[in-house]
Design a protein around this ligand. Structure first.
Ligand code: MSP
Length: 674
């Protein structure tokens, strides 16, 4: 709220009566995963960190006392191997890559309060203290174990997690390992964890991930192997009770969330731990939703408050990752589009929880359409009119009794937007928060057209009306600047500066955006501020391999229908056909795959993962439905040209039953299904 002695010129700000959302100052503690230093930062890392930064800034805007932590995960087999490959000593290697992560954050306008490293002496000591404590309580024991280990995941995988015998994330077969190790009695806490998840619906969100964890927990939980023998790995934290072993990297890494806030003795620990929120992608759901809460329980600590799980950024329908070599670098994006466009794009484009595809076309479309066109034009147009018709200063408005229904409707819509924005930011629905802002931007653009200030300016008797229209535009733009602050900090500051409110901006809280009459009349504005220059398609797009980039028009159509729905045009891109199975045989060395020859009407080979559900001989003559325009893929070295549709039934025991889809009457092979 602006206080000024010039009471003649400034009216007291007022608030539309409907919306009061008072919130008391609270602590917020939010973390990103700590990133492995075996790879340079890419868009996937950037996304989680931008989300967490935007959320931190949003919480600050709500008046909270925020602690935002990120960091790097520097121990373990993967890192030791990467250092050896780079020909560097592990410590020198991790120092170098950790610095690359640290240097990336300012480029993305990300401002963490703490950047923790697992090689920090304080972290190492805390991990050892915790291990000793859990060991003394009898929750760590020594035993022999054999299992399938995926080095990429740095954990043992269960048979059920494998797809075609491979880790679905790293596309490699896990290694069978048998050795003596220390184990954490995770199974002891299984019932408690199930109860906790069931009685706290917000503990893991979005809901699909909560369900995934509960489904996983419907089977007996195994104990967690938490050591690695030094004969195999030395790059880790030595176990305090056995020098022949180092700590398993996940048991070490998860504890960063405690050490960063000074566990156990720092007052910050009590203050922030009670409200801890972790942001991760679905790849590390299991360690965060199962290992971590049970570890905390064993330490007699409260679990974190919320776990926010997002999907993957894909390129060519495959997760972007270093091991797959399809990465998009944050610096290249920032250089090409500007930091605020990158932040806006990732938050607006991805529905938090679902996967998204990155493409240069999509980011360019968002930049030119949402930013340069909708917001940028609205802003420069409004300021130009204030300059021209109100001598470059915020005009005095009419009495509130003179507001037209159009004015009141717009003001209600702006205040409602602030409330929706707040609810959606709080619920990690960033795309929806931004949709609400852009709806208001659309309304403002229409308000200009219907109220035509250039016409009002021609008639001196319309002076009061003209000033009210310009006043309302300026006030609404100020509110838009306030809500965009967490997403596009530099743009929002630029908007505030141009509106003559640059100095007030830093101290603004979201409730101020519910007040009207905030900018003092007479405040000078700066016309000619261009927020986003239009960009041409790059000659060398940042990502060359783009899987059918969704066209903006199609996206809008989908948005109009509702989240997650597709248009008929989208559906038509999938070519479904009836196919007759003419031959079927087991694929050697695979217990899941069958090699099928089908007529559709041409003859093709399809490799299908149905061997556990159908024996080959029963399939001959069956007419099934296939996706005929699937990109060919090789499975166990056999080229597969299409995909067979099957219903998947989740059985009560957690296993899956597959039933092929067939047609209900006689129909020729090759017939189109639509
Ligand atoms: N070191 C562990 C985390 C320990 S936390 C106690 C780790 N590191 S990682 O470098 O592999 O980072 C994984 C995280 O990076 C994901 O959970 C996600 O936050 C981010 N992403 C990496 N690739 C991603 C995509 N392709 N898409 C979206 N986010 C991704 O796991």
């Amino acid at each position: 709220m602006i206080l000024t002695p010039d009471a003649e010129r400034v009216r007291t700000p007022f608030r539309l009566p409907l919306f009061t959302t008072q919130r008391f100052s609270m602590p917020t503690y939010v973390t990103t995963p700590i990133y492995y230093v075996n790879a340079m930062p890419h868009l996937g890392h950037a996304y989680t960190t931008i989300v967490t930064d935007a959320y931190s800034r949003f919480r600050r805007l709500c008046g909270d006392d925020v602690r935002f932590q990120t960091g790097t995960d520097e121990h373990g087999e993967k890192i030791a191997e990467a250092a050896a490959k780079a020909g560097e000593a592990p410590q020198a290697y991790v120092d170098r890559i950790a610095a690359a992560f640290r240097d990336t954050w300012p480029l993305l306008a990300v401002q963490p309060d703490t950047i923790i490293r697992t090689t920090d002496a304080a972290h190492i000591k805390t991990v050892q203290d915790i291990l000793q404590q859990v060991y003394d309580r009898g929750d760590i024991y020594f035993s022999e174990y054999s299992g399938l280990y995926c080095k990429g995941c740095e954990r043992f995988l269960t048979e059920k997690e494998l797809v075609d015998g491979k880790c679905p994330d790293h596309l490699v077969e896990p290694k069978a390992i048998a050795e003596q190790n220390y184990f954490f009695r995770m199974s002891k806490y299984q019932d408690w964890l199930i109860d906790h998840i069931k009685s706290n619906p917000d503990f893991i969100t979005p809901e699909r991930y909560r369900n995934e964890v509960l489904s996983f927990l419907s089977e007996p939980l195994e104990d967690l192997c938490i050591s690695r023998p030094t004969s195999r790995l030395t790059w880790g934290i030595p176990l305090p009770f056995d020098a022949n072993f180092v700590t398993y990297v996940w048991f070490d890494a998860l504890i960063n969330y405690l050490t960063g806030i000074g566990y156990p003795n720092d007052p910050d620990f009590r203050h922030y731990w009670a409200v801890a929120e972790h942001v991760i992608a679905k790849d590390i759901l299991k360690p965060h939703a199962i290992y971590w809460p049970t570890m905390l329980r064993a330490m007699e600590l409260e679990p974190y408050e919320r776990l926010h799980v997002h999907g993957y950024w894909n390129v060519d329908a495959t997760k972007m990752s270093k091991s797959l070599g399809n990465v998009v670098r944050p610096k290249e994006l920032v250089d090409a589009y500007g930091v605020d466009t990158v932040r806006y794009f990732v938050l607006r484009e991805m529905s938090f929880g679902l996967d998204s595809s990155f493409s240069s076309d999509a980011i360019l479309a968002r930049h030119n359409s949402d930013l340069a066109n909708d917001l940028g034009n609205l802003f420069s147009r409004s300021l130009t009119m204030i300059d021209k018709y109100a001598q470059g200063a915020i005009p005095e408005r009419e009495s509130v009794f003179q507001f037209t229904p159009d004015d009141r409707e717009l003001m209600s819509a702006v205040s409602a937007m602030v409330v929706q924005y707040r609810e959606n930011m709080d619920g990690f629905r960033f795309h929806k928060a931004l949709q609400a802002v852009w709806e208001v931007i659309g309304l403002l653009n229409r308000y200009i057209v219907t109220n035509a200030p250039w016409e009002l300016a021609k008639n001196p008797r319309q002076g009061d009306r003209l000033r009210t229209v310009l006043w309302l535009l300026a006030e609404a733009l100020w509110k838009i600047a306030v809500v965009l602050g967490p997403v596009m900090p530099a743009t929002a500051q630029k908007m505030a500066d141009a509106l003559g409110m640059g100095n007030e901006f830093a101290g603004t809280v979201i409730d101020d955006a519910l007040n009207w009459g905030v900018i003092p009349a007479g405040t000078e504005i700066a016309k000619g501020t261009q927020l986003f220059p239009r960009l041409e398609k790059l000659a060398n797009p940042v990502s060359a391999s783009v899987p059918n980039p969704a066209k903006p028009a199609q996206q809008e159509a989908a948005a109009a229908l509702g989240e997650g729905l597709i248009s008929f045009d989208d559906f038509k891109t999938v070519e479904l056909r009836v196919a007759e199975i003419v031959a079927a045989e087991k694929v050697a060395k695979s217990d899941r795959l069958l090699k099928l020859t089908v007529k559709a009407p041409e003859e093709r080979t399809i490799v299908a993962g149905i061997a556990q559900h159908y024996s080959p001989e029963v399939l001959i003559g069956l007419r099934v439905i296939i996706v005929a325009n699937m990109k060919p893929a090789k499975l166990m070295g056999i080229p597969s040209q299409g995909m067979i549709l099957a219903a998947k039934e989740q059985r009560a025991d957690g296993t899956e039953k597959l039933v092929l889809t067939t047609v209900a009457g006689p129909v020729a092979a090759g017939s189109r299904v639509a």
